[in-house]
Design a protein around this ligand. Structure first.
Ligand code: S3P
Length: 425
């Protein structure tokens, strides 16, 4: 796809539902007794993979656009799939489902696309094995496909070496089926959607500091879930409105859970004009409207405890940094290397192509921003967040930008280019 924009961004936008929360609403709805009614569900390919996996295990799921009904059959209501479970490109699906599958009385195999089969699964295999699960990597390379056989699980206190909501959620979900209490301690707190939603469905989940724990065998019951807009999708429009002169955009109903809002804090530190309006903290997941106006930005340092709260926004923050005055340093973000692509290598390579002075480091990058940048041929590596980040960069570059495999945005934001075009009119 070739992109070249000139107009400022103006108007209102409701970004699609949060990806993490959409996955969880299907999974927990399937394990609950009775009907779960979901609104503003994200219809991106990743969340559709989760729906397909649960349908293969006998769960009736009716989908009408972003309205979804899940007819849950309780903790022991899943049936043995007759086929391999396919998570597509979705790390959340493989890792969270591994925890659920470890507690079942049937054998299962789960896999995904080329990118998934390169991503590390030892991080979930290890704690599940400690719990007594029988889980192995078919090619013995610590990656999917994973085979999971029935086993009796015991509760553990797991010290996770990485701040990862996927690892934490996997272990907590296995904990639903374990003998005794299960807890997970992380180096830094990661997104807490599982804890909030499992509690809402009736589980006994506690969070204290960096530790989350769960008691086994709760009776979960179907609920109504209204998924807030995804701050990770809003991030591209926040960045675009900040970069393009004379822009003013109102992003409606965006989730601002404090374990996810690091992008807003970093943008403000860079000099961004963002106003939070109509804050609603009445539900488990806080949300608000975000009014964003073009701003002149300066570099900053992004490191430490804030990293897990903006891990998926680092690619687009790197783009913002490329246009900001001065140097931005990103540290403590080695996790970027094991996302849908190696986002340190892929972002620094593509930023260099548009003329940016950038260096990759072991756990991040240093971006020397502020000089005019030009359009180029971008290789997204089929990573949705890379493609969307460079669509934003294209708005502020001279000349034309071409993005290879630009359609990978369907993973998390099928209408992304339409929404961008509409705001740029
Ligand atoms: C997610 C957690 C994060 C994030 C991913 C979604 C989740 O991954 O990058 O896009 O829904 O739990 P990690 O847990 O690997 O950090």
């Amino acid at each position: 796809m070739k992109l070249k924009y000139t107009a400022p961004l103006r108007g209102e936008l409701s970004v699609p539902g949060d990806k993490s929360i959409s996955h969880r609403s299907i999974m927990f709805g399937a394990l609950a007794q009775g009907r779960t009614e979901i609104s503003n569900f994200l219809t991106g390919a990743d969340c559709l993979s989760t729906i397909a996996c649960f349908r293969k295990m006998g769960i009736e799921i009716r989908q009408n656009g972003s309205d979804v009904e899940v007819f849950g059959k309780g903790l022991d209501g899943l049936s043995a799939p007759s086929e391999i479970l396919d998570a597509g490109n979705s790390g959340t699906t493989v890792r969270l489902m591994s925890g659920i599958l470890a507690g079942q009385r049937f054998f299962s195999t789960i896999t995904g696309d080329e990118s998934i089969c390169r991503r590390p699964m030892k991080r979930v295999m290890q704690p599940l094995t400690e719990m007594g699960a029988s889980i192995s990597s078919i090619h013995d390379n610590g990656c999917a496909p994973l085979e999971i056989s029935p086993s009796r699980l015991r509760g553990i206190c797991y010290q996770s070496p990485v701040a990862s909501a996927q690892v934490k959620s996997c272990v907590l979900l296995a904990g639903l089926y374990a003998d005794g209490k299960t807890s997970v301690t992380e180096p830094v707190v990661s997104r807490n959607h599982s804890e909030l939603m499992l509690r809402y469905f009736g589980a006994d989940v506690r969070s204290e500091g960096t530790t989350a724990s769960i008691l086994p065998r709760p009776s979960l019951s179907g609920q109504k879930v209204n998924v807030p807009g995804d701050i990770s999708s809003a991030a591209y429009f926040i960045a675009a409105a900040l970069l393009v002169p004379c822009s003013e955009v109102l992003l409606k109903n965006v989730g601002i859970n404090p374990t996810r809002d690091g992008m807003l804090r970093v943008c403000k530190a860079m000099g961004a004009d963002i106003t939070i309006l109509n804050e609603d903290r009445s539900g488990a997941e806080p949300c608000a409207d975000l009014l964003v106006r073009s701003s002149s930005l300066h570099g900053t340092t992004i490191e430490g405890e804030i990293i897990p709260t903006l891990i998926d926004e680092l690619p687009v923050l790197a783009v913002l940094a490329a246009f900001a005055d001065g140097t931005t340093v990103i540290r403590d973000a080695a996790e970027l290397k094991v996302k849908e692509s190696d986002r340190i290598a892929v972002m620094t390579d593509n930023l260099s192509r548009i003329g940016c002075d950038v260096q990759a480091t072991e756990d991040g990058m240093a971006i020397h921003g502020g000089k005019p940048l030009h359009g180029a041929s971008i290789d997204s590596h089929k990573d949705h967040r890379v493609a969307m980040s460079f669509a934003v960069a294209a708005l502020a570059c001279d000349g034309e930008t071409e993005i290879r495999d630009s359609d990978c945005v369907t993973i998390s934001y099928p209408a992304f280019y339409n929404d961008l075009n509409r705001l740029c009119q």
